[in-house]
Design a protein around this ligand. Structure first.
Ligand code: ADP
Ligand code: MG
Length: 252
């Protein structure tokens, strides 16, 4: 039987005495696109950071392809090659051009030759229409272009799982689309992804499943069609109301 790509079991995480993740459990099969939604402060970023080894946690188990990531001998540097993460702020290296930003990690961590890594970078840049920006520096790119390069930089490692933490939240509206389109394309190509986003229409289109969190707990897991039309819980209904406006009659 094919093991799940990711298994999270009873994950608990506290900062000092504040429990931020209160025993989360879920699994992700290969090719799943899980959208994680929930109010600010409910623990979405913390969850992603735990999966990527950026935060230690108090208890619970995270398995990638059946392998317990907290077992002795597991190297997070190796795990991070399999789990790519993209943040709201692009975190490109400002003093390096686009190509060098893309080459750095695979050359260092995977020992790829310069020609192999350059070929990989060229084909990714070509795919998103940014090949002519290869020699540009991050400051010469628009926000949307920077964020797409940041996504490509994660893809350079050929990850098995991609984590996206509100990657369009800092972008001007006209640039949001090009980034979401790239993510949709990755989803169509079968990439396994966990996406934290407030772009609800996109979430509905991209997700194979929606996990709704509140106050460090999973409140509801649903198919996108169910979640966005008939959410099962009142907390999810309240949350979705934030994105809904009704036209009011003018008083005067
Ligand atoms: P979300 O991404 O859903 O907005 P976060 O995972 O960023 O939520 O935060 C969850 C909770 O943990 C919040 O109450 C936040 O204030 C707290 N928190 C996040 N990071 C830290 C930290 N480094 N130290 C202490 N508390 C933190
Ligand atoms: Mg967050």
């Amino acid at each position: 039987m094919d093991v799940n790509l990711l298994e999270v079991e009873q994950l608990r995480k506290s900062y000092k005495d504040a429990e931020v993740l209160k025993g989360l459990s879920f699994t992700l099969a290969r090719g799943d696109v899980l959208v994680v939604a929930g109010p600010s402060g409910c623990g979405k970023s913390t969850l992603l950071r735990c999966i990527n080894g950026l935060e230690p946690f108090q208890s619970g188990v995270i398995r990638l392809s059946g392998r317990d990531l907290t077992a002795p001998g597991v190297k997070w540097t190796e795990v991070r090659q399999k789990v790519g993460m993209v943040f709201q702020s692009y975190e490109l290296f400002p003093h390096m051009n686009v190509l060098d930003n893309l080459l750095l990690a695979p050359r260092k961590a995977q020992g790829l030759s310069k020609s192999e890594a350059s070929a990989r970078a060229a084909s990714l840049l070509e795919r998103v229409g940014l090949k002519d920006k290869m020699k540009s520096f991050p400051r010469e790119l628009s926000g949307g272009q920077k964020q797409r390069v940041a996504i490509l930089r994660a893809l350079m490692m050929k990850p098995e799982l991609m984590l996206f933490d509100e990657v369009t939240a800092a972008l001007d509206p006209e640039m949001v689309r090009e980034v979401l389109d790239l993510m949709l394309e990755l989803a169509t190509d079968g990439m396994t992804m966990i996406i934290v986003t407030h772009e609800m229409q996109f979430a509905q289109a991209a997700a194979s499943r929606v996990l709704f969190m509140d106050e460090g707990e999973i409140v509801e897991t649903s198919s996108p069609d169910v979640f966005f039309t008939f959410p099962k819980t009142d907390r999810a209904k309240q949350f979705l109301n934030i994105f809904h406006f009704e036209k009011k009659e003018r008083r005067h």
